[in-house]
Design a protein around this ligand. Structure first.
Ligand SMILES: CC(C)(COP(=O)(O)OP(=O)(O)OC[C@H]1O[C@@H](n2cnc3c(N)ncnc32)[C@H](O)[C@@H]1OP(=O)(O)O)[C@@H](O)C(=O)NCCC(=O)NCCS
Length: 196
């Protein structure tokens, strides 16, 4: 059964945890890899900087309406990862990012549940038309997760992801509002049947 998750505002301790999760080689390898000094790349901000950010710097990153950053919590309130949504209102679309930093919780449905929550925000709350993800070709779990949710492969960006000194293609997958609405109804029905 799919676990319940919540998306909430990021607090400073969450950023510290993100930093420590990203120091794990398995996590950074499936995310954006590391730089020449072995520091893990992250998108939107550098955890090491934000732990010590001034209120103004903090607000620049976590108060940005164009890049919404959420902490992912379990139903018990435990912080397990992060979701980001980069919104282009002119095009009525958002690019989504999801990281379950607690690797002991991988493959238990938390990523799917968090991505569904973000889709709910993108389509139902913000009224967007399209959501998309850019998944490195080697990240098969993420590609399967997105396919199962209903994202369709729309193409590839060539050599768009640097990792460990090599360039990898990324797979662009998109989901439109009406596809999401049909798909979500089916997934919720399956969840309710499993719970009955
Ligand atoms: C990718 C990620 C978000 C998926 O979230 P998750 O909670 O681990 O995964 P879920 O349980 O929701 O299922 C995702 C898929 O993983 C795959 N999977 C399940 N068990 C697996 C295993 N033991 N090994 C590899 N893949 C497995 C399945 O294909 C599953 O999809 P399916 O059951 O519909 O076929 C998460 O693993 C993660 O954060 N990884 C690191 C960062 C990352 O890769 N982010 C995505 C970048 S686009």
């Amino acid at each position: 059964m799919m676990p319940d998750v919540r998306l909430v505002m990021v607090i400073r301790q969450d950023v510290e945890r993100m930093g420590s999760w990203l120091r794990d080689g398995d996590v950074s390898a499936s995310w954006y890899g590391t730089d020449g000094q072995g520091e893990a790349f992250h998108i939107g901000y550098l955890p090491r900087h934000m732990v010590e950010a001034t209120p103004w710097e903090w607000n620049q990153v976590f108060g940005d309406d164009g890049r919404k950053i959420f902490s992912v919590l379990t139903s018990d309130g435990e912080h397990i990862g992060e979701g980001q949504m980069v919104i282009d209102r002119a095009l009525s679309e958002a690019q989504l990012f999801i990281l379950i930093g607690r690797k002991d919780l991988w493959y238990k449905g938390y990523g799917t549940a968090a991505l569904l929550q973000m889709l709910g925000l993108a389509f139902d709350t913000y009224g967007l038309h399209r959501a998309w993800v850019d998944v490195p070709e080697y990240n098969l779990p993420a590609r399967h997760m997105c396919e199962r949710i209903g994202f369709l492969t729309e193409g590839r960006f060539r050599e768009a992801h640097p990792k460990d000194g090599l360039w990898h293609d990324s797979v662009i997958m998109g989901l439109l509002y009406d596809e999401y609405a049909r798909r979500r109804a089916g997934m919720m029905e399956a969840r309710d049947l499993a719970a009955a």
